[in-house]
Design a binder for this molecule. Sequence first.
Ligand code: 13P
Ligand code: SF4
Length: 390
Amino acid sequence: MLFQPPVPEAYLRLPAAELHERIAAAKAELGARLTILGHHYQRDDVIRYADFTGDSLKLAQLSMSRPEADFIVFCGVHFMAEGADILARPGQQVLLPDLGAGCSMADMAGIEDVEECWDALRSLCPSSTLVPMTYVNSAASLKALVGHNDGCCCTSGNADSVIGWALNRAAGDHDGCRDKLVFFPDQHLGRNTCYKLGVPLDQMVIWDPTQELGGNSPEALRRARVVLWKGHCSVHTRMTTEHVRQVRAEYPGVKVIVHPECPFDTVQAADLAGSTEFIIKHIKEAEPGTIWAVGTEIHLVQRLARQHPEQTIVSLDDCRCQCATMFRISPQHLAWMLEELVAGRVHNRITVDQETAHWARKSLDRMLELSPMPTAAPAPRRQQELVPGA
Ligand code: 13P
Ligand code: SF4
């Protein structure tokens, strides 16, 4: 985790109304020089200031749609800001309001461990096609390894098409060793998507970086079609089949919709699974009166419940777990960062070194080619739309 110096005391004591006025004033002062991006898991008192909201895929695409902005303030987590820096035009600066906003899943795939895995698979299967793929929830160094080895990034919003592309490339058998998709770092997104695309569970193995050969025999690795890194999201792994059973008992007719970072059995027990944008779309388009149990981060679930009073919306997870690192971005951090920008001082810039960015960009560009924006980039939200719960 990067070190975030404390925000000056004065910001911590500001009443909410004054904080709001000052953020709005700084935003107005910076005008088109500033774009604020907000992930759906941000708290309401932060996302209300986002010019654009979205899931990881949409935000990556939108980050490139504002070349006139000198500053992109990313209300999300570190890997998202790194991704935006890699995709940014030269001179554009990407800032993260709290440097402590990391992602525990991304941290589960340290680059030395990943290199060890990659080298071991390469020497076990020297003639096979190995396609590396990383979920965007990963460090730039891992994205660079993937780009260097002709692989691709994916998000939960495009996993079906991008993993489908990789499985088509890795469909042969050479010297008794299967071609493989090697998927980092979320075993659940990898397993759920590969299964959906027709790969049986017994053709997938887990790579545990704490074990020799990831805890597998050489034979099992040669036979495998998919190697899944042993990583997970601490929020979504909480969602179990027992939650699904309970909610179905309590709300007859309920539709269970979950994020594909949830474990396999939970996704199988649910009615629908998809990215945060997918979840929002399905709830928005549902018949009024539909009952939903939503298996994802609590801030999004609560916002959906408020925005759709015509539906009944409950959290699938009874503990209503939040993403602790997304929550680190606060209005106090935002006010401090924006007022400092107005004063000409830049804090918390996220940069990726040129060599890493070059290779990481290859993996991101390929992903973006495989998942074009469905429509033209939307216009930023107007100031009067920046209201709580929006
Ligand atoms: P999406 O934004 O792709 O839905 O993913 C959720 C997530 O965990 C982001 O960290
Ligand atoms: Fe990482 Fe999970 Fe938080 Fe997303 S919700 S940022 S995957 S810890």
